[in-house]
Write a protein of this length. Structure first.
Length: 479
């Protein structure tokens, strides 16, 4: 069971954080502040507001990503939304390309490319994905936390109110905050669902009674509640406990990966700003107060750090006020922080780059050289041939699949083969987008001339000239 509690006492309230000689009123401690107490109970983190260049950069990035995310189901490319994953009908429209269930094998190359690409990026730039582009970070920092700050105030006010008794002020603020959280979760979940049912269909469903679309309603409700629970309560625990990428950091990082770190040589020993013979860290704990996962970056690189750079901005602000150089907490590598020169290129980077590029290249080639239709010939069930008087008949079914986003005309032409004649039930067919059809083909040979299995082939031609040749064998008695 979780307990709602403020961070331990070493973390100062915002009002206490001033770069003056009174900074050290709170005793220094080596305790690692985290979102879990030593007995495993949850400590709710109350990150303080922060301003600075990285906070600004992140906000711009979040705005661009959210705009892009909203645009994806709205902007049409080749007549379909830029991203529409029609799982029910197994049709997938991705940036103008149309895929069906038979194209799932392509995902292997795409995921391989993305996986190694991410490994490359992490090895080079650390957890830049977590801090700047992960949906958990983007929605939490750009939507849910601003709502919380708007309704419940800054860190000090939130802590005070949560510790205090339930009065009218606390009650209405909690009610309004959670109502807004639910509304935000509702909006996010419905935009997410529009990727699967299309935006017009989703808007229609919202206007109609849930009884007309119970499955979609159940999905929308479940996703809304999950998002609400995640962003209202679970928050950083998703990064710390659930996210597998976060757990991989110790494998992907090396001493030259870009991390956010504290310059111990410069900062230690900590002391008051007025004290001589002390390092630059005035132990104001502002870097801890702004941390969304509640850690103290001065304890070194930790798995819980999501590289949001809030502590960099916070410490820079303190250094500016103290008229000391910025960068006591900064982006650097472990090697750089220990005073050595950072190596940008390492053997592991080459391996990740080659494997990532191989995956993406293979996926690109596979997508661009993908045929727009499929043709497969199957012998009909039952006896492989039928003898009727002086003729032998073989019956086949030609299965045709149109994999394009628009309907297509296909022409079916058997290639002449000595002694064989053909009956094609439909020499020309029109197939709707991502639909299929079956054409019956009967191959007839003279019994007296049959001298063993005979290969034959059928040519299928699309209106743009793309051809496919389907091969099979004519069989008969004895031979
Ligand atoms: S590292 Fe910077 S922000 Fe953190 S306690 Fe020291 S001076 Fe304050
Ligand atoms: S330690 Fe700094 S960069 Fe890491 S999560 Fe906390 S505030 Fe963000």
């Amino acid at each position: 069971m979780s307990t709602l509690s403020s961070p331990p006492s070493p973390v100062p309230a915002e009002a206490d954080v001033k770069p003056t000689r009174h900074l050290n009123v709170i005793p220094a401690t080596d305790e690692i502040v985290s979102s879990l107490s030593s007995d495993g109970h949850r400590r709710f983190v109350y990150p303080a507001d922060v301003k600075g260049r990285f906070t600004w950069l992140r906000r711009v990035g979040f705005a661009v990503l959210i705009a892009l995310w909203i645009a994806l189901p709205l902007i049409p490319i080749n007549g379909h939304p830029a991203l529409f994953l029609d799982v029910v009908h197994r049709r997938f429209y991705i940036f103008g390309q149309t895929f069906n269930a038979q194209d799932v094998w392509l995902m292997f190359f795409v995921l391989t490319g993305i996986g190694f690409g991410l490994a490359f990026l992490t090895s080079l730039l650390g957890r830049v994905w977590c801090g700047y582009a992960c949906p958990q970070t983007v929605f939490l920092e750009s939507l849910f936390r601003p709502i919380e700050r708007l309704v419940e105030g800054n860190r000090d006010q939130r802590i005070r109110r949560d510790k205090g008794p339930w009065n009218l002020d606390k009650t209405w603020r909690k009610l309004v905050k959670h109502a807004l959280f639910l509304a935000a979760a509702f909006a996010v979940s419905h935009i997410m669902l529009s990727f699967f049912v299309s935006m017009p269909a989703m808007l229609q469903m919202v206007r109609r009674s849930p009884s007309e679309h119970p499955e979609a309603f159940a999905w929308a409700t479940a996703v809304t509640l999950i998002l609400y629970g995640n962003f209202a309560w679970f928050r950083e625990q998703l990064c710390l406990i659930v996210c597998p990428y976060g757990r991989l950091q110790s494998v992907l990082f090396d001493e030259d990966s870009l991390i956010i770190g504290y310059d111990k040589k410069r900062g230690e020993p900590r002391g008051k700003a007025s004290e001589k013979d002390k390092g630059d860290c005035v132990d104001c704990k502002r870097c801890i107060a702004v941390c969304p996962t509640g850690i103290d970056i001065r304890n070194g690189l930790q798995l819980d750090c999501v590289a949001c750079a809030a502590c960099v901005d916070a410490c820079d602000e303190i250094m500016d006020k103290l008229k000391r150089p910025r960068g006591l907490v900064r982006y650097d590598s472990q090697r750089g922080l220990s005073g050595e020169t950072r190596r940008l290129w390492r053997p592991r980077m080459g391996i990740y780059a080659v494997l990532g590029a191989a995956g993406i290249t293979a996926a690109s080639i596979a997508v661009t050289s993908r045929s727009g239709f499929e043709a497969t010939m199957l012998r009909e069930k039952g006896a492989p041939y039928v003898v009727e008087g002086e003729t032998v008949r073989n019956s086949f079914t030609l299965h045709l699949v149109n994999k394009e986003g628009a309907s297509e005309n296909l022409r079916i032409e058997p290639e002449p083969s000595e002694g064989l004649s053909y009956v094609v039930s439909e020499p020309e067919v029109t197939i709707e987008s991502l639909a299929d059809t079956r054409v019956r083909i009967v191959v007839v040979g003279e019994k007296g001339k049959y001298g063993g299995d005979k290969p034959f082939q059928i040519q299928v031609t699309r209106s743009d000239g793309e051809k496919k040749t389907v091969k099979s064998r004519f069989v008969g008695p004895g031979g």
